[in-house]
Design a protein around this ligand. Sequence first.
Ligand code: EPZ
Length: 416
Amino acid sequence: MDAIRIYGGKCLDGQTGIQGSKNASLPVLAATLLIKGTCEIENCPEISDVYHMLRLLESLGCRVMREGTLVRVNTEHLSEGDMPADSVGVMRSSIMLLGALLARVGSVDMDYPGGCVIGARPINLHLQSLRKMGVAIEEREGGFSARASRLKGAVHQLPLISVGVTENLILAAVLAEGTTVIEPAAREPEIQTLCEFLKQAGADIVGIGSDRLTIHGVDRLFPVHFRIPADRIVAGTYLTACMCAGGRIFLQDAPCHHMASVLSKAAEMGAELSCEPDGMLVMCRAKPAGCERLCTGCYPDFPTDLQSLFMVAMAVSGRAGQIEETVFENRFRIVPELVKMGADITVMGNRAYIGSTQRLQGAIVQAEELRGGAALTVAALAADGTSIVTNRHYIDRGYEDIVSDLRELGAEVELA
Ligand code: EPZ
């Protein structure tokens, strides 16, 4: 069955390694399209979103070789092949190929990217920004075609901060004619990683890590060997598991330096954290302390991708609190499933109000998207009795092997 069975109520004790970052791997793999030759990317997580990205690269004529988490991509012979709709459809990050492909081959025909149920996920800013760089875009039923003889640098004053738009514009700008300015640019660690990869390949990018990026187009980029950093959201997931179940765990390679807002909130809720050179030690009492208010935002504020996980910790704390979700319009999908487990949570618009739940009870609950699925699994660790989380394939989009990781941390979980 496409599910996980969790025997709850057991505190954690163990250690596990944190995989490479999904949201850093995807734009870096897209960026290999800009580089003639073979790039070697280490620590690419073995997750379905990366599998779909590799399939898309192969459909475009790339030669992809994979040995575990080491991926080699050779782009000598790109074709204008159509990208397989099933891969484009299931993975929003396929939109990131747009900027890179236009820079390399000058034309793209693709279906609108899919995504999960957390929001409309429009691509209007992607398309209008690329039009400013000389791209002719014709939209059609279910997709669009884009053409550009040579991309031209432009000054982008964006109406909102978007990770994907920032990434797409960086990929379009590094080989463009002239200079591109992106403001406000998203500052997520994954964008800093993309810029570091491109600089290593010869790109000219100024302002990395700031909200204003200036990119001077160069004529050519050169193959690199690069290592993807650890995934801050996976590390935050297992940190929350320890907060909810209690115990003592060590997360090898956890990128503490990318997690300041998360660690601060976890400490406020009673977690004892120690950042070591090779990872993070987490010690938590059986039940987290409460948190009156949690608000998500763009980096370095609290990440929306851990909002569902911290909702579970707040529900388990037994104290009232509220969550404000400012990034996506529909990211409270797990509330009805948590209520099934006995949580007292009500949603009004972009706010969720958590009451003083006593204890969660095991139940059969359904994942509807990636991080919500992980949050239900964490809730089941803290619940009394046995739970089953169905639709495990959503979780597999972002976690290499959540069952093995949690077992290494001392949880009683199994594939179902
Ligand atoms: C990236 O999505 C991540 N995905 C998301 O992680 C993450 O939650 C999100 O950034 C925010 O940090 C990847 O990196 C693959 P956005 P992205 O563009 O780029 C609006 C996960 O769980 N918007 O920063 O799609 C949009 O609707 C995933 O790993 C427009 O209006 O997010 C949203 O409200 C989930 N028009 C806001 O911007 C556009 O053209 C921020 O979205 C583009 C975006």
